[in-house]
Design a protein around this ligand. Structure first.
Ligand SMILES: [Zn+2]
Length: 262
């Protein structure tokens, strides 16, 4: 489905060249690596992530593995930064590339949720107030419907006491995955959130509009009581937002904007 700008078509060609030269992760196709790079750049450009945060893909050829960059700011990530991990967080082909300490978030969610192919973890500052207070985050406008109606808040302190709040063990990751349950988003108290989905574009859309909704909901609460979408409206608007006519249009412009800064 992915629609690319010329800049990213060029990136695809570069990935193929490097793969042929043997200095690139050979377990994933150039198209997959390109999509991971693009998704990182989009999330950075849309300010969902800054120096921190990451997006992973379940390996297209092996559901027991996932693809995630080495520890690096998302807007700087290139195809040769992508490393293959087992679900327990062990790197298969890292070499001297240092992994993210919070990669356990990804493996634990893939382990629990066979339906999930993409995981985003971020520290969106607009979302934090809702994670901090437990005030329910709920769609206030139709474009934000894909965030869904029930977004749980996970508090690491409940099970693990006082920590540095980084999810660095599988036990911590599995506890977070349990809080996520069958949903697609969970807020992380004093930390950020996780956003999951089946395709890259759909998951990136949810992460972007989670942040948009948090901003709009907070603004709305400053002047009155939000009149949220109903459950039925959330379902109908989500179907519309995630249909190709809407998702492709959004993906194209996100690619264009991110490519301008790449
Ligand atoms: Zn984090």
């Amino acid at each position: 489905m992915v629609v690319c700008t010329n800049a990213y078509r060029h990136a695809k060609a570069c990935c193929a060249d490097r793969a042929q030269r043997g200095n690139l992760n050979m377990t994933a196709s150039p198209e997959t690596l390109r999509d991971i790079v693009i998704a990182n750049h989009i999330l950075a450009h849309e300010e969902v992530v800054d120096a921190y945060g990451h997006i992973s893909f379940r390996h297209p050829d092996d559901p027991e593995k996932y693809l995630l960059s080495r520890a690096r700011a998302p807007e700087l990530i290139e195809a040769d930064d992508i490393v293959t991990y087992r679900l327990d967080g062990d790197a298969i082909d890292a070499g001297d590339r240092r992994p993210y300490s919070e990669r356990m978030i990804h493996g634990a969610i893939y382990e629990q949720r066979p339906d999930v192919n993409v995981v985003i973890h971020n520290h969106s500052y607009e979302v934090i107030p809702f994670a901090s207070t437990g005030t329910p985050l709920r769609p206030v406008t139709h474009t934000c419907a894909p965030i869904g109606k029930d977004i749980p808040v996970w508090d690491m302190r409940d099970k693990f006491g006082e920590t540095n709040h980084l999810v660095v063990t599988m036990e911590q990751g599995r506890n977070l995955a349990a809080a996520l349950g069958g949903g697609n988003i969970a807020l992380m108290k004093r930390h950020g959130c996780v956003v999951t989905g089946t395709t890259v574009a759909e998951t990136v859309m949810k992460a972007i509009y989670l942040q948009v909704n948090a901003k709009l909901q907070l603004q709305t609460m400053m002047i009155g009581e939000p009149d949220y979408l109903t459950d039925t409206e959330i379902e109908e608007c989500t179907a519309m937002q995630q249909a190709p006519i809407s998702l492709d249009r959004a993906w194209e412009v996100w690619c264009r904007r991110a490519a301008k800064n790449s």
